[in-house]
Design a protein around this ligand. Structure first.
Ligand code: SPV
Ligand code: MN
Length: 646
């Protein structure tokens, strides 16, 4: 169990403000009349006092409250352009923001949960005892905003009124963080009090970039105080480290789902997208993938895009799994985004019509943003995250692999705004899990039971990507959510089993694994070339759409159901691509030794964790037995035809 409001509340202790009178006194010192009038509209005293404490601690020159008027937003945007946090590009409403070269991804080694003595946390999380964090925050955040303006926004993680939506306050001296926040989250200045009442909780985020110099980045910290649902972030600007409504509050939402709403809610690192099937029916998917593994691309392949990064899910009164996107925008990786693979997104990055904030791409002489894999000839020169760049600089990529674009989903042509904004959420009929797995799992398979579905999520592995500074090798990535699970992973697994086996659940989703990253080399050929292309995603999702609605048969195997060749061939024809039986055999043959090794790796890793439900070990054992029996009969490589016979 996680005990909330336990231990010293650092922001209150450092800020020292306890009453509304004290809060109003500091507001008067730091705000003009217009801003005083705005803050007076917020009636949740606990929130108001937290803001006063942030002011008292950070000591900005002045404070700007971002209400939900266009005028307020434009003021912040204008300041962002004046201070240079953003610079204009050739296309109207497109801007570039650069993070320091040392701050191009999540600073995992400088990210900590603030914990109380004896508190259980995830085995892969970095933690710091409250007293230590208190000391750092007091020393480094006191007066951190001297000479700067503090901006305060009231945002929601989900549509107003949605069962699993949670409101949050974002306090920062960075205009870029606020302009990004406005694109990514719903501004609920006018609904904030009602949302706090409905949700019974709100999150607080306090960030300052300070002087924003390279020499300060080693001293940067990203803190999540689980007990007080408050984040602190210093000396960095990369949105993954600073815009903590995203991954900082996602971590608190995970805690909330696991400990406060056990078995009733989930808070996942998942896209949400719909696919139109036969006769116009719509089937919604929620799919997990580690950072930098094609989650945005998969989301946009749908006919009804809802979200590309996070999902808040719950079981509604009629027993259906529902999901909302806590966000309303994309903070997406741009590398390899081009007209061929991502036409909807590319259109918004190359044409006028919506506000876009690019980060850490190259800006050429014509103020055009350019990135690796954009499908255009390399420019002769430009400026990127390191400074001046020319193609001769072989060790510096044209754009950082984690360079991003931030924009509202409503600009994307296949966004289903009506469903996305509906507080009832969309019904999830397919849950998928994927990773970056070059040699073991097939492109798609469906769990035979809810328990085995939970096991698929628990068993994701992925090669490191550029979203985490300093990450290397192939790592376990349980539910693709592991970096954001604060508590014991065993508790999280238990909550997954409880959710998907909840007796209230009347219509169970199907649960599936996806893998786009099998290579030629792992399937009897040579090299690291992938066995597929981005557009194949449509086929794998299309097959799952049919399977979820009972329209296709499948081959039953020890790890789950895999597709029949003829069904895939038809789906490939739908994307104008021939699909040979030879490729099918490469995709879906079981390399039993790899699979067994994977099961053993998972079993051994989970055995080292505390409080892991024993069910997971039974599932691994059963699957291993089944696979070894196949090997005995057919050898180490078992073809789909042999799987069908077995
Ligand atoms: C991810 O890395 O999973 C992201 C971007 O979605 S970040 O905000 O860095 O988490
Ligand atoms: Mn993410």
């Amino acid at each position: 169990m996680l005990e909330l409001k336990k231990g010293v509340d650092i922001i209150s202790e450092v800020g020292g403000i306890k009453t509304m009178d004290e809060a109003n006194a500091i507001f008067k010192k730091k705000m003009d009349d217009a801003n005083l009038a705005k803050i007076a509209k917020i009636k949740t005293e606990e929130a108001v006092i937290r803001i006063a404490n942030a002011i008292s601690m950070c000591d900005p020159d002045d404070v700007f409250i971002i209400s939900d008027t266009k005028e307020d937003y434009l003021h912040v945007k204008k300041r962002s352009l004046e201070t240079g946090e953003e610079s204009p590009l050739a296309i109207k409403d497109h801007t570039i923001h650069f993070d320091l070269p040392q701050d191009q991804g999540r600073l995992v080694k400088q990210t900590f949960y603030i914990v109380n003595e004896g508190e259980k946390t995830s085995s892969i999380a970095k933690t710091e005892l409250r007293a230590e964090s208190f000391k750092y925050i007091k020393e480094n955040m006191t007066g951190i905003m001297k000479g700067l303006t503090m901006y305060v926004a009231f945002l929601n993680r989900g549509p107003v009124g949605a069962s699993a939506a949670i409101p949050a306050i974002m306090i920062t001296s960075s205009t870029y963080v606020q302009t990004s926040g406005e694109l990514l989250y719903r501004n609920v200045f006018s609904d904030f009090d009602a949302e706090v009442k409905r949700a019974g909780v709100f999150f607080t985020n306090c960030h300052s970039q300070g002087p924003n110099r390279p020499e300060d980045v080693p001293n940067a910290r990203i803190y999540m105080d689980r007990s007080w649902q408050t984040t602190y972030s210093t000396f960095c600007t990369y949105a993954g480290n600073t815009l903590l409504l995203k991954k900082g509050n996602h971590r608190f939402a995970c805690d909330w789902a696991v400990y406060q709403k056990t078995g009733k809610e989930l808070s996942e690192h998942m896209f949400i997208t719909g696919l139109t099937g036969p006769n116009g029916r719509k089937t919604y998917f929620a799919g997990a993938a580690p950072s930098g593994c094609g989650k945005t691309t998969t989301a946009m392949v749908g006919t009804d895009f809802i979200g590309d990064d996070l999902a808040q899910m719950w079981i509604d009164n009629s027993g259906l799994v529902r999901a909302v996107n806590p966000e309303r925008g994309i903070f997406g990786i741009v590398e390899d985004v081009n007209y061929e693979g991502d036409p909807y997104l590319m259109k918004r990055l190359r044409e006028e019509g919506t506000e876009v904030i690019f980060s850490n791409v190259l800006i050429d002489e014509n103020k055009k943003p350019r990135w690796v894999g954009d499908g255009e000839p390399t420019p002769a020169k430009g400026v990127n995250f390191q400074g001046e760049w020319t193609p001769e600089m072989k060790d510096v990529p044209m754009s950082h692999p984690n360079s991003r674009c931030t924009l509202k989903n409503s600009a994307i042509d296949n966004y289903n705004e009506k469903d996305a904004e509906d507080p009832k959420g969309v019904q999830v009929k397919v849950v998928t899990y994927s990773g970056r797995d070059s040699d073991t799992m097939p492109p798609v398979w469906v769990a035979k039971s809810m328990d085995e579905g939970v096991a698929i999520g628990a068993s994701i592995v992925s090669a490191a990507t550029a979203t985490e500074v300093g990450a290397t090798g192939v790592n376990r990535q349980p539910w693709a959510n592991a970096p954001f699970i604060p508590g014991a992973l065993g508790d999280y697994m238990d909550a997954q089993f409880k959710f998907f086996n909840n007796a209230e659940l009347k219509e169970k989703p199907i649960m599936a694994g996806l893998n786009y990253f099998l290579t030629e080399g792992s399937r009897g050929g040579e090299g690291k070339k992938l066995l597929g292309e981005k557009k194949d995603v449509k086929v794998w999702l299309g097959w799952l759409e049919l399977r979820a609605n009972g329209d296709v048969d499948a081959i039953e195997t020890p790890i789950g159901f895999i597709p029949l060749y003829d069904d895939l061939k038809k789906l490939f024809a739908g994307i104008d691509k021939p699909y040979s039986e030879e490729l099918y055999v490469k995709h879906f043959s079981f390399y039993v030794d790899n699979m067994v090794a994977r099961l053993d790796l998972q079993k051994d890793a989970w055995a080292k964790e505390e409080k892991v439900p024993s069910r997971i070990f039974d599932i691994y054992e059963d699957q291993k037995k089944g696979l070894l029996a196949l090997k005995e009969k057919f050898g180490a490589v078992v073809t789909p035809e042999q799987l069908a016979k077995a």
